[in-house]
Design a protein around this ligand. Structure first.
Ligand code: FAD
Length: 408
């Protein structure tokens, strides 16, 4: 047995933080990562710019099937202001607020600087890093004083007093995470809440394919969702359906599939149905197409007016009450015809995961398997678009690393 030894499995956002904080707390740390350089999701995050953190923490917007109280306690464990300071102090990376989106990006706008800075900080803290090494399984200690064993592809075995599992979920498997860690944890007896792709584009109506590329700010509501769901953010028509932050944030509501259809209602412009009604009643001049395209992009306006069954060039003053009602509903409360989602291939995160009551909230030590620590996306919680998922990964990674070092 090696004194104070910690193995961290997975060099993603959570694992890098866990290794850093475990090493800084005096543990002898080995970080094992299957890809050749780690942090692959950091590299592709925020369109290559890495939205490191949100400008404002929004614990109420996270999703979990576990206790919301436990989730919030974890989020509060490392406040936003301290996380921001960490990047400046330890990595020399200043985070700047993008006013239009309220997101924090590195001042260089290069995700690579964040990934490289973290890897370097882990090295500086004294952790050993083993890249290109896939873990195939975990062997629990055969006796209370014995070490954990970590089995590697090729047959070698490492051992350590504590192990941190930071292997992520199932999203974008090309980045290295294939859900294997969740399988080991389930086999050890942890409760894993059903998994599903989240923050993923939706597929939809073939008739909308010719709108691909149209983007605008919208409000999406899901009247049938519990808890209530509403978001106002960007929306993008794609060749296969719908994307943009508002759609990604709503996508977890479609996991039951089109069979258990959750209605997503879109308000295309800034006006509610009643305001549209008033506008159309009071407009004395002009044609319907002109009024609508003053508020939504022209290609979309044409499509919406067509779907409302109203001629584009109908004089506003000659609209019938039924036509006006049909138009205002489509403009202010549109039932988005989604029929599925793009799945894990495009999902930014995995919904579900290890139930939060399976870990100690302070140390993130498993309550099922002593001296095993869990962090990051494999835990049952995710946040909306906007830096909230790194916020979760940094906070839980730090807590798990410190917890493991204290216990080792
Ligand atoms: C396209 C995209 C853009 C995103 N943009 C943002 C953003 O801008 N802001 C934000 O907050 N969030 C963003 N996210 C979400 C964010 O990237 C994740 O929430 C976060 O990376 C999860 O961190 P993690 O360490 O738990 O998991 P991961 O980042 O998935 O890391 C897991 C690591 O474990 C390794 N691993 C897995 N299995 C094994 C094994 N058997 N042996 C050894 N190693 C293994 C993997 O190779 C990987 O390096 C984005 C996600 C995607 C996909």
């Amino acid at each position: 047995m090696t004194d104070r030894s910690v193995i961290v499995i997975g060099a993603g956002a959570a694992g890098l933080l866990a290794a850093h904080f475990a090493a800084r707390s005096g543990a002898q740390v080995e970080l094992v990562e299957r890809t050749r350089d780690g942090g692959r999701k950091i590299l592709i995050s925020g369109g290559g710019r890495c939205n490191v953190l949100p400008g404002v923490a929004r614990p109420e917007r996270y999703v979990t099937a576990s206790s919301a109280h436990r989730m919030r306690r974890l989020l509060k464990s490392w406040p936003l202001v301290e996380q921001r300071e960490f990047f400046t102090r330890e990595l020399g990376i200043d985070l700047v607020l993008e006013p239009e989106t309220g997101k924090l990006f590195p001042s260089s706008h290069r995700a690579r600087d964040v990934r490289d800075g973290l890897v370097e900080a882990v090295r500086r803290a004294g952790a050993r890093m083993r890249f290109d090494t896939r873990v195939t399984g975990l062997g629990p200690p055969p006796s209370p004083d014995a070490d954990w064993r970590v089995h590697l592809e090729g047959g070698a075995t490492l051992s350590a007093r504590c192990v941190v599992v930071a292997t992520g979920g199932l999203s974008v498997p090309a980045t290295g995470s294939d859900g294997a860690g969740l399988g080991w944890l389930e086999a050890l007896g942890h409760e894993v809440h059903p998994l599903y792709p989240a923050l993923t584009p939706l597929t939809g109506c073939a008739d909308h394919a010719d709108l691909a590329g149209v983007s605008l700010s919208v409000r999406i509501r899901a009247p049938g969702a519990r808890p209530r769901f509403e978001t106002t953010d960007g929306f993008l028509f794609t060749h296969r359906g719908y994307s943009g932050p508002s759609v990604l944030d709503a996508s977890h509501l479609t996991v039951g599939g089109a069979d258990t259809r959750q209605s997503l209602r879109v308000r295309w412009a800034a006006h509610e149905t009643a305001e549209w009604d008033e506008m159309l009643v009071s407009a004395r001049q002009g044609i319907v197409g002109g009024v609508v395209s003053d508020h939504v992009p022209a290609r979309l306006a044409r499509r919406l007016v067509h779907e409302a069954g109203v001629p584009w060039d109908r004089a506003v003053s000659r609209l019938t009450r039924a036509e006006r009602r049909s138009l205002t509903r489509i403009l202010g409360d549109y039932d988005l015809p989604w029929d599925g989602n793009e799945g894990y291939k495009k999902a930014e995160v995995t919904g579900g995961g290890v139930a939060l009551d399976q870990v100690d909230l302070r140390t993130l030590e498993s309550r099922v398997s002593p001296r095993l620590f869990l962090c990051g996306e494999l835990l049952d919680a995710f946040g909306p678009i906007g830096g909230h998922n790194f916020f979760w990964a940094w906070a839980t990674g730090r807590a798990a690393g410190r917890g493991a070092a204290q216990t080792a």
